[in-house]
Design a protein around this ligand. Structure first.
Ligand SMILES: [Zn+2]
Length: 668
C-alpha cells in the first residue's frame, strides 16, 4: 500500500502509523487479561504485565476520583420476592469436601403453557468424567488450567410434598456421557399459575478448585452446587442446556433462603444478606436470604479477613486472605466507584448487600467470577510490586458490572454470551475510563500514550478471523471467545458511541438496562432500545451487521496530492478506500504546511472516497479518522499520509502493534 502511494504522489509522501498511539482511550483489555477465561487470556495477563514492565517506567498514576457520591445514605429498595422459592439447608464437611443438602423447592408455573416435566441442572456433574459435554468441549481445561480432579452431584431423594417419589421418573442420561441435566416427567401437568412443592436431598462432591467451583486446602468455593431449575420461557419451553465448555448459565429469578452449616470459626460469604446465625453441636449455621436473584453461591474458609463498609445503602463485605490488607483499599475504592457509576448508568444496584471475595493463592480456578450479590475478584497478589497496573480494579469492576449484565439483566449466557460478557467488558472499560480519565492508558510515557481500547483492537482484530460476537457460546473456541465475545463487542459498542454520540448511546444503553431489569432479554431487545433512541433501522444498519455478522470497518488512505497550479493555488486531491462493509461515518483531516486544517466528511456506505479542490494552502498530510472513533479498523497504520518524516513514536507504534499482532497470532 505504501509502495503504491509513493508511486502516485508527487513528493516523498508516505504513510505513517502514528494514529494508534495518538488517542488514549479507556482501560479494557486488562479486564480480559484478568478475567482469564482462556489460554490466550492467561498469556495476556503475563504479556500485558510484561509490556507494562518493559515499556514502563509507566507506573500510571490514578487521577483523582471524580464525581464522588455526596452521601452513603441513599436508600436502596429491595426487589420484590418472586413466587418461586429455593430453601436450602446445607452442611459442608471440610475434610471430604462434600456438601450435603436438602432443597425445598416451591415452583410456580408462570409460563403460558402447562408443565408436563421439570428440567433441573446438576452442573457439578460436568466434572464427573472425561466424556461430559464440558470436558469434551473444553478438552479438560479452562483458563489454561487442566482439570485437576473429579466432582459430582447426586440426587438421593426427589419427592413431592405429598410424598410422591419422583426419582424413578427422573432421567439424567439425556446426552451421552453427560449427566448435567435431569428431566423429571410429572405425574400430572402443572397448569399455568399452579405450583408444585418438592423436597430434594442431594450430595455435592466438590472438585479440586476448577472452572469456578471447588476446594484448595480448606478454602471452598461452592458454586453450581445444588439442583437448580432451568429457565422456563413465557411460552412454556424449558431453556435447558448442559454445562458447556464455553458460556455460562441461565435461570429464572427466585427467592433463595440458605442455611449453611460450617465448623465453628469459619467465615462464610454467600448470596444475599445474613439474617441470623445459630450454633448447633460444634458447628455454626448461618442463614442468608436473597429476593429476586437467579443463582446462589457461597464461599467458606476459616482464614478470611474481613472489611465491612457501607456505600449508598449497600453493605459491602470484602473477604480477603491474611497478609493482604494493603490490597483491600483498592478493591474497596473500585467497588464504591463501580456501584455509583454503574448505578447511575444502568439503574441503582437494588440489593442491600454485596460480598467481594479475594481468593487465596492456589484458588485461581475460582477467581474472576460473578454470582448474584457475590463476586470473586482476582487474588490480591496480581499486582506487580512497584508498578501500578489497573488489573485488580479492572477485575473487580468487571465482576461488579456483571451484577447488571447477567444479574439484573439476565440474558441467556450460552445463547448470547455477548449480552453479558461483551456488555460487561464495555461497561468496565467505560467505568475505568471515567474514573481515571479518558487519557489514562496502558502505556503512559512522555510523548507516548497507548490506550487500552487500542490494545483491545489489536487483540481482537489481528490474527485468525473469529466468529461474530453475537453467536452462541459453543460457536467459539477458547481463544476466539475472548477476542470476539469480550473484545469485539466492546469495540463495536465503543465505536458506535464515539461515532454517533456518547449522550444518545448512553441513553440507549441505560434504557436497555432499566427496561430489561429482572427480565431475560435477547439481542432484539438491545437493538430495540437503540432504535428507540437513534431511530428505526439504526440497529439494522450498524449494530446487527457488526455484532451478529461480524462486519468490520477497515478503511485506509490511498493517495494525497497537493500540487501548485499556474495560478499559484494548490490543487489537492485525496482518495481513500473502505475495505470493511460496515457503514460508519468517517472524517478525513487534511493538514497544511503552516498548521491549517480542513475536515472532509466521508459518508457511510460510500466505499471509495475521492475529493479534489483548489485552495491557497498546500496540504501536506492527511489523517483518516482524526478523533479515533473507529476502533473496528484492523490496521490503523494506514490511516495517515504525511510528506515529512514520521515522528519516532510512529516507529514505536508499529513495534507495539507488531508485538500485539504476534501475540494474537500465537494465541490463535
Ligand atoms: Zn465476565
Amino acid at each position: 500500500m505504501r509502495g503504491k502511494m509513493r508511486g502516485v504522489q508527487r513528493s516523498s509522501t508516505r504513510a505513517v502509523g502514528a494514529t494508534s498511539l495518538r488517542f488514549a482511550g479507556s482501560s479494557g483489555v486488562l479486564g480480559v487479561c484478568a478475567r482469564g477465561r482462556s489460554a490466550l487470556d492467561r498469556s495476556v495477563i503475563g504479556l500485558c504485565s510484561l509490556a507494562l514492565a518493559a515499556l514502563a517506567l509507566c507506573a500510571t498514576r490514578r487521577a483523582a476520583a471524580q464525581d464522588r457520591p455526596a452521601s452513603d445514605a441513599a436508600v436502596v429498595a429491595p426487589p420484590a420476592p418472586t413466587p418461586t422459592r429455593y430453601a436450602i439447608e446445607a452442611s459442608l464437611d471440610p475434610t471430604t469436601h462434600i456438601v450435603d443438602g436438602t432443597l425445598r423447592l416451591h415452583w410456580v408455573n408462570e409460563s403460558a403453557a402447562p408443565a408436563v416435566d421439570l428440567w433441573l441442572h446438576l452442573y457439578l456433574n460436568a466434572f464427573a468424567n472425561d466424556d461430559t459435554v464440558f470436558m469434551r468441549e473444553s478438552r479438560g481445561q479452562l483458563r489454561g488450567v487442566r482439570n485437576p480432579g473429579r466432582g459430582r452431584i447426586e440426587v438421593t431423594s426427589l419427592r413431592t410434598d405429598a410424598g410422591v417419589d419422583l426419582l424413578p421418573r427422573a432421567r439424567t442420561d439425556l446426552i451421552r456421557g453427560d449427566a448435567t441435566q435431569m428431566r423429571v416427567v410429572l405425574p400430572s401437568p402443572i397448569a399455568t399459575g399452579d405450583a408444585i412443592d418438592l423436597r430434594i436431598v442431594f450430595r455435592s462432591h466438590l472438585p479440586p478448585v476448577f472452572a469456578r467451583s471447588g476446594y484448595v486446602r480448606d478454602f471452598h468455593m461452592i458454586a453450581q452446587w445444588f439442583p437448580k431449575l432451568a429457565a422456563r420461557e413465557p411460552s412454556g419451553v424449558w431453556s435447558s442446556f448442559p454445562y458447556h465448555g464455553m458460556g455460562e448459565f441461565y435461570s429464572d429469578f427466585a427467592t433463595y433462603e440458605l442455611a449453611l452449616s460450617v465448623p465453628t470459626g469459619w467465615v462464610v460469604g454467600a448470596t444475599g444478606e445474613q439474617t441470623s446465625e445459630e450454633v448447633r453441636g460444634g458447628r455454626v449455621v448461618r442463614h442468608f436470604r436473597a429476593d429476586r436473584v437467579h443463582d446462589a453461591a457461597w464461599v467458606a474458609w476459616p482464614h478470611f479477613r474481613e472489611r465491612a463498609v457501607t456505600h449508598e445503602g449497600v453493605q459491602i463485605r470484602i473477604l480477603y486472605p491474611p497478609g493482604h490488607d494493603a490490597a483491600v483499599p483498592r478493591h474497596e475504592q473500585a467497588v464504591r466507584e463501580g456501584l455509583t457509576r454503574l448505578g447511575r448508568a444502568f439503574g441503582p444496584y437494588p440489593y442491600r448487600t454485596l460480598t467481594v471475595v479475594l481468593p487465596p493463592r492456589g484458588a485461581d480456578g475460582a477467581a474472576g467470577m460473578e454470582y448474584p450479590t457475590l463476586i470473586v475478584s482476582a487474588g490480591p497478589w496480581m499486582d506487580m510490586p512497584g508498578i501500578h497496573t489497573p488489573v485488580p480494579e479492572d477485575v473487580t469492576v468487571h465482576e461488579l458490572a456483571h451484577e447488571w449484565f447477567y444479574g439484573l439483566v439476565a440474558s441467556n449466557e450460552v445463547a448470547w454470551p455477548m449480552l453479558d460478557e461483551g456488555l460487561t467488558q464495555w461497561a468496565t472499560s467505560r467505568v475505568l475510563a471515567d474514573l481515571y480519565g479518558e487519557s489514562r492508558s496502558a502505556v503512559s510515557l512522555p510523548g507516548l500514550t497507548l490506550s487500552n481500547f487500542e490494545l483491545q483492537r489489536l487483540f481482537a482484530l489481528h490474527g485468525r478471523p473469529v466468529p461474530a460476537p453475537g453467536l452462541p457460546a459453543y460457536a467459539f473456541d477458547d481463544t476466539s471467545y475472548g477476542r470476539s465475545v469480550y473484545l469485539r463487542t466492546a469495540l463495536v459498542l465503543e465505536t458506535t458511541r464515539r461515532s454517533y454520540g456518547a449522550a444518545r448511546f448512553d441513553r440507549a444503553m441505560g434504557h436497555y438496562a432499566r427496561a430489561q431489569r429482572f427480565r431475560h432479554p435477547t439481542p432484539d431487545d438491545l437493538f430495540a432500545s437503540f432504535d428507540g433512541v437513534f431511530g428505526g433501522g439504526f440497529s439494522d444498519r450498524v449494530l446487527r451487521p457488526a455484532l451478529m455478522r461480524g462486519e468490520t470497518a477497515d478503511a485506509r488512505l490511498v493517495r494525497l496530492s497537493s500540487v501548485r497550479n499556474s495560478a499559484g493555488a494548490y490543487l489537492t486531491e485525496i482518495e481513500a478506500q473502505r475495505e470493511g462493509t460496515l457503514a460508519l461515518p468517517l472524517w478525513i483531516e487534511l493538514r497544511g504546511e503552516h498548521g491549517e486544517r480542513r475536515r472532509l466528511p466521508w459518508a457511510p456506505g460510500v466505499p471509495r472516497y475521492r475529493a479534489s479542490f483548489t485552495a491557497r494552502t498546500q496540504f501536506t498530510a492527511a489523517l483518516l479518522d482524526p478523533d479515533r472513533h473507529n476502533l473496528l479498523d484492523a490496521d490503523a497504520l494506514d490511516g495517515t499520509i504525511a510528506h515529512r518524516r514520521a515522528p519516532s513514536r510512529a516507529v514505536l507504534s508499529r513495534l507495539v502493534a507488531l508485538f500485539y499482532a504476534m501475540i494474537a497470532a500465537v494465541g490463535a
